[in-house]
Design a protein around this ligand. Structure first.
Ligand code: BTN
Length: 243
């Protein structure tokens, strides 16, 4: 299933779309590009896909891997949360009981379906999105922790159509963020995150704490209660990774 950059570019109204069969990471290719934002870099596979906080993102064929580079908005700290909400909305129309786990992971049947990382440099942000789409199973530690749309829905998905749908929802959310601010998203995002009630992780002083999300405030700050009752406030700024 080969994607067509010209078709994608036309459908999304983007003047620059780079499609690669294989890259190390679309985030790195996006950083190296000379294009002016907004632009999109997508790939069929990544040899060194990156996850948040220095983790790896397994990127075999069958998944959707892209980096959407946008001009840094005023409320740049809100982009990881708002783009995750857009992705959750888009994919919720395809599979049932999709949960948005703070800050920006999508889970179904207690397994990870998709993840987002947002890296910023200069006046740009690269919204990196990975979705498990047509994989029919996972090996090793992922066998019990990852799931794909195909495994959930029992049908194959058209990667190009999914890319176009997903990127348009993210771009629409970026326009809404610029126009109305984070306050436009906060009530719905808070509800979806709290309803998901997924265990969340907080890193403090090089220690990882597992806890529950108690609240998401008006500036995107998360209030998390650790397993021993300790309270943490995580500012939304912590979700943006610099590079
Ligand atoms: C996470 O859950 O930790 C975030 C995963 C983000 C993966 C995507 S795949 C496309 C883009 N390129 C990368 O190297 N990573 C992001």
């Amino acid at each position: 299933m080969i994607m067509d950059a010209a078709r994608i570019s036309k459908a999304l109204g983007l003047s620059h779309v780079e499609f690669r069969k294989e890259v190390t990471s679309t985030q790195d290719a996006a950083r190296a590009s000379q294009a002016s934002p907004p632009y999109l870099v997508c790939a069929l596979e990544q040899s060194a896909g990156k996850g948040r906080l220095g983790r790896r993102w397994q990127s075999d064929r069958g998944g959707l891997y892209f980096s959407m580079v946008v001009q840094r908005p005023e409320e740049d700290w809100a982009v990881p949360l708002v783009s995750a909400y857009a992705l959750w909305k888009g994919l919720s129309s395809k599979v049932l009981s999709l949960k948005l786990k703070w800050p920006n992971d999508l889970y179904a049947e207690d397994k990870k379906l998709a993840g987002i990382m947002v890296e910023g440099w200069d006046d740009r942000l690269a919204i990196g999105v990975g979705v498990n789409v047509n994989q029919q199973g996972f090996e090793g530690s992922l066998a019990s922790s990852a799931v794909s749309l195909r495994m959930l829905a029992g049908a194959e998905f058209d990667l190009e159509a999914l890319l176009i749908d997903t990127v348009s929802l993210i771009l629409k959310a970026m326009d809404e963020l610029a126009e109305h601010g984070f306050q436009f998203f906060q009530p719905a995002l808070r509800r979806v995150l709290l309803e998901a009630d997924q265990p969340v992780k907080v890193i403090r002083d090089n220690r990882t704490y597992t806890g529950r999300l108690l609240d998401l405030g008006p500036s995107g700050e998360a209030l998390v209660q650790g397993s021993e009752g300790e309270l943490f406030t995580v500012p939304a700024q912590h979700l943006l990774e610099a590079r």
